[in-house]
Design a protein around this ligand. Structure first.
Ligand SMILES: Cc1ncc(COP(=O)(O)O)c(C=O)c1O
Length: 390
């Protein structure tokens, strides 16, 4: 890896050389057959990875754009949305709903926990919802949503199930034809970005619509969007030599390479590896007295939000680690200064993560907190080894 630093924030994630190489290929016309065939490959790979028989769209933009795309194409102004929120990024759907004039309710968990199945069941009795949003992993809290619990209830209610996979896709299963509880209880929309578990740089929004979700768009005469209207994109994805708006040519090369790496590794192996990384990082950090915000049962395989031990100063701790080439993220909202976030997803390796664990321990020591670096590294290796050989 030619990176000079280990980027262990919750996305973007460390970019591997073959993705940089793809990014640096010659920029071609977006109508050039050589580009068109790469774009087609990226679309086909996305379809296979999400196992959808519906439509997938890759556009220039970040995760927030595809969150917007999901809502405006599924819900009409005046219709009602339920937002299941496990933190800052769940809450973002409420901002979008407000911006577009959708009626909405929020089921908000205490930060670090999941909304309970019972609370969701109760809420669904109160109104008729056109769509329900679930953030698969909320990047602010490191909490994962249990789709096995939520999707059947949402679908039995008759709502469209929208899954924000920005911090989950390719690290956690998001099979769009998987029937969670029989009778068509499958996810309708998955949205994600290029920069997290897929491991490419930021810049491409990826969204998939089931046939039912496409039908929901088509039932509306118009939507309050132009660039984000899927009706403008579906013909392009079916034939990428056509033009609607210029695709990010080099980023499509990069995403195609990122998706190739995912398919070459295999989704099952990728899920196991991420699960192992999450457990191992948290086990190691616990040795330093650093407690994860989420209980292990709710904790994400892709990133962890970790409380500082008493007396650690967030800014100087992360600055000292940055000097050593380890880049971590601060926590958000009321946790700012009290916790940090560490990403362990995408093409990150056990070597990178163990090095981060060691440097975190050394930094704690330098700043006057006891830390058993060897014990933490051993805890990390044990968990990674145990889970990866499952
Ligand atoms: C779960 C989740 N959803 C949405 C977003 C928004 O994505 P972006 O920052 O790419 O717009 C993020 C960003 O971190 C996220 O983690």
């Amino acid at each position: 890896m030619r990176n000079e630093e280990y980027l262990l924030i919750p996305g973007p994630t460390p970019v591997v050389d073959s993705i940089y190489d793809a990014l640096a290929e010659e920029t071609r016309a977006h109508t050039d057959p050589r580009f068109v065939s790469r774009f087609k490959k990226a679309i086909e790979r996305t379809k296979r990875i999400l196992n959808t028989d519906g439509e997938v769209i890759l556009v220039a933009g970040s995760g927030t754009l595809v969150m917007e795309m999901a809502l405006v194409n599924a819900v009409a102004p005046g219709e009602r949305v339920l937002v299941i929120s496990h933190g800052h990024f769940g809450d973002r759907f409420t901002k979008l709903a407000q911006a577009f004039g959708f009626e909405f309710d929020v089921l908000q968990s205490e930060w670090g926990r999941q909304v309970s199945r019972d609370d969701l069941a109760q809420q669904l009795k109160k109104h008729t919802y056109k769509a329900v949003t679930v953030t698969h992993v909320d990047t602010s809290t490191g909490v994962k949503a249990d789709l096995d619990d939520f999707i059947p209830l949402i679908k039995q209610h008759g709502a469209l199930a929208i899954v924000d996979g920005v911090c989950a896709t390719t690290a956690l299963p998001e099979d769009m034809q998987y029937d969670y509880a029989g009778e068509g209880t499958s996810i309708d929309i998955v949205l994600t970005g290029s920069q997290k578990a897929i491991g490419a740089p930021p810049g491409v929004g990826i969204i998939a619509f089931s046939k039912k979700a496409v039908a929901a768009r088509r039932a509306m005469e118009r939507v309050p969007a132009y660039y984000a209207d899927i009706e403008n994109w579906i013909p392009i994805m079916e034939d990428p030599s056509k033009y609607f708006a210029t695709p990010p040519v080099n980023m499509i090369y990069a995403v195609e390479e990122g998706l190739k790496i995912v398919e070459d590794e295999g989704l099952e192996q990728r899920y196991i590896r991420h699960e192992a990384y999450g457990k191992a990082v948290r086990a190691a950090l616990r040795v330093y007295g650093m407690e994860p915000l989420a209980d292990e049962g709710d904790a994400a395989p892709t990133l962890s939000c970790i409380r500082y031990p008493e007396g650690t100063d967030d800014a100087s701790f992360r600055a000292a680690l940055a000097e050593k080439g380890i880049i971590l993220a601060g926590a958000l909202a009321h946790l700012a200064g009290k916790a940090f976030r560490i990403g362990h997803m995408g093409n990150t390796t056990p070597e990178i993560l163990e090095s981060a664990i060691r440097k975190i321990g050394e930094t704690l020591q330098e700043q006057g907190t006891e830390a058993d670096v060897e014990k933490a590294a051993e805890a990390f290796r044990e968990e990674v080894g145990a889970l990866q050989t499952k």
